[in-house]
Design a protein around this ligand. Structure first.
Ligand SMILES: Cc1cc2nc3c(=O)[nH]c(=O)nc-3n(C[C@H](O)[C@H](O)[C@H](O)COP(=O)(O)O)c2cc1C
Length: 340
C-alpha cells in the first residue's frame, strides 16, 4: 500500500484517474482488446495501436477510407488516446486535426519510441527522431496548435543507444514544444526489449520537466511494482504494456493496490479461459471467422502464458484456422492449472 495517496494524473485539461495507462501496442490494442480492459476497469487512459499519419492521408485521399486501426475509436468510451507516427510535421498535423475534429479523441499521442527497422531506418520515424530534437519540436508544436485544446503527448525511449542517452534534453524539448505529458520507456531503442527498464534513469527525467507530468513505462507486471514506481521513482503515472496482454485484469489489481485496498485475486483458470473466449467473440464479430481465428492465435498464447502446459497449448493453437478448431483446442488444451 502506498504511504501517501496517489493523485490523479492531469494531462492538459483531462483528469486521468487512476493514473495507470494502458500502453499502445501495435497488433494488439485494438477495440476488442480495449473493451476487455475497460470491462475489468482500473486503467485510467487507454490507447490505440500506433497509426501511420502518411498512411491515413493516403487512404483518405485515394480510397476515402480510414485506417483499420481506428476501428472503434469514434464510438467507444472516453478517455481514449490515439497514437500516431511519422516524421513530417504537416502530415502529422493534418491527421491530428482530423482525429480531434472527426473522432473527438481525448489525447493525441506521438510515437517517438518505436525501435522497429521499418519505422526507424526505412521511415526515419519513431525512435529515429530522438536524434533530431528540433524536428521533434516542430512536429509537436504544429500538432499542439491544430489539436488545441485537446492535449498532445509524446512517448519516447531513453535515447537511441546506451552510448547516446539524451532523454533529459528531449524531455525539455517536448515540454517547450507544448506537449501535455511525457511517457518514457526506460530502455534505449538499441536495447529493443533486452535487459531491464532503467527506472532510476526514468526518475532523473523528472527534474528536467517544469510543469508537465512524467509517465513511467517498462517491465511493470505486478500491482506491487506499480506502487513502487510511484513511491520510489517519483513518476506521476505509470503505463503498462506486455503484462496486460494476457492479464487485462492487472489494471484493476494495480488500481486497488494504489488505493491501499486488498488486491483482487487472479481470476480462476476457468474464468481466464472465458475471458479469452469472450475476446474471441469480439474479434469474430469484427473480422469474421477466418481472419479472427488467425488474429486470435497470438492473443490466446498471451492468455496461456506462464501457466502449466502453455507451450503445449501454443503448439496447437498456432495451427487453428476455423472457429470449430479454435474451440476444440481450447477445450482440450487450454491450461487449467496456474504456473508451478
Ligand atoms: C507487441 C508490441 C507492440 C508495441 N507497439 C507499440 C506502439 O504501437 N506504440 C508504442 O508507443 N509502443 C509500442 N510498444 C511498446 C510498449 O508500449 C511499451 O513501451 C513497452 O512494451 C515497454 O513496456 P512493458 O515492459 O510494460 O511491456 C509495443 C510493444 C509490444 C510488445
Amino acid at each position: 500500500m502506498p504511504a501517501t495517496a496517489i493523485a490523479p494524473l492531469k494531462i492538459g485539461n483531462l483528469t486521468i484517474d487512476p493514473p495507470i495507462l494502458q500502453a499502445p501496442m501495435a497488433g494488439f490494442t485494438n477495440a476488442a482488446f480495449r473493451q476487455i480492459v475497460r470491462e475489468f476497469g482500473g486503467a485510467g487512459l487507454l490507447a490505440t495501436e500506433m497509426v501511420n499519419a502518411r498512411g491515413f492521408v493516403w487512404l483518405d485521399e485515394h480510397e476515402a477510407e480510414h485506417p483499420d486501426r481506428l476501428w472503434g475509436v469514434a464510438d467507444e468510451p472516453r478517455p481514449l488516446a490515439v497514437q500516431i507516427w511519422d516524421n513530417d510535421a504537416a502530415t502529422m498535423a493534418k491527421v491530428g486535426a482530423r482525429l480531434v475534429e472527426e473522432y473527438g479523441v481525448s489525447v493525441v499521442d506521438i510515437n517517438f519510441g518505436c525501435p522497429v527497422r521499418q519505422v526507424t531506418e526505412k521511415a526515419h520515424s519513431g525512435s529515429y527522431l530522438l536524434r533530431e530534437p528540433q524536428r521533434m519540436h516542430a512536429i509537436i508544436s504544429q500538432l499542439v496548435q491544430v489539436c488545441a485544446p485537446t492535449p498532445v503527448t509524446a512517448k519516447i525511449r531513453l535515447g537511441c543507444h546506451p552510448k547516446n542517452i539524451n532523454c533529459d534534453e528531449i524531455a525539455r524539448v517536448v515540454e517547450e514544444a507544448g506537449a501535455a505529458a511525457l511517457t518514457v520507456h526506460g530502455r534505449t531503442a538499441a536495447d529493443m526489449f533486452r535487459g531491464h527498464a532503467d527506472w532510476d534513469r526514468i526518475s532523473e527525467i523528472k527534474a528536467h520537466l517544469k510543469n508537465i507530468p512524467l509517465i513511467g513505462n517498462g517491465d511493470l507486471d505486478s500491482p506491487e511494482k506499480v506502487v513502487t514506481a510511484f513511491e520510489k521513482y517519483n513518476v506521476d503515472a505509470v503505463m503498462i504494456a506486455r503484462a496486460c496482454l494476457g492479464r487485462p485484469w492487472l489494471f484493476s489489481q494495480a488500481a486497488a493496490a494504489l488505493r491501499g485496498e486488498p488486491i483482487p485475486p487472479e481470476p480462476t483458470m476457468v474464468q481466464q479461459r472465458d475471458v479469452m473466449l469472450h475476446h474471441y467473440r469480439l474479434v469474430v464479430d469484427r473480422f469474421g471467422e477466418e481472419k479472427a481465428t488467425i488474429l486470435m492465435r497470438k492473443y490466446a498464447c498471451c492468455y496461456a502464458q506462464g501457466k502449466r502446459g502453455a507451450r503445449h497449448f501454443r503448439t496447437h493453437v498456432a495451427k487453428v484456422s476455423t472457429e470449430a478448431e479454435f474451440y476444440a483446442v481450447v477445450e482440450e488444451h487450454f491450461p487449467l492449472s496456474p504456473a508451478d
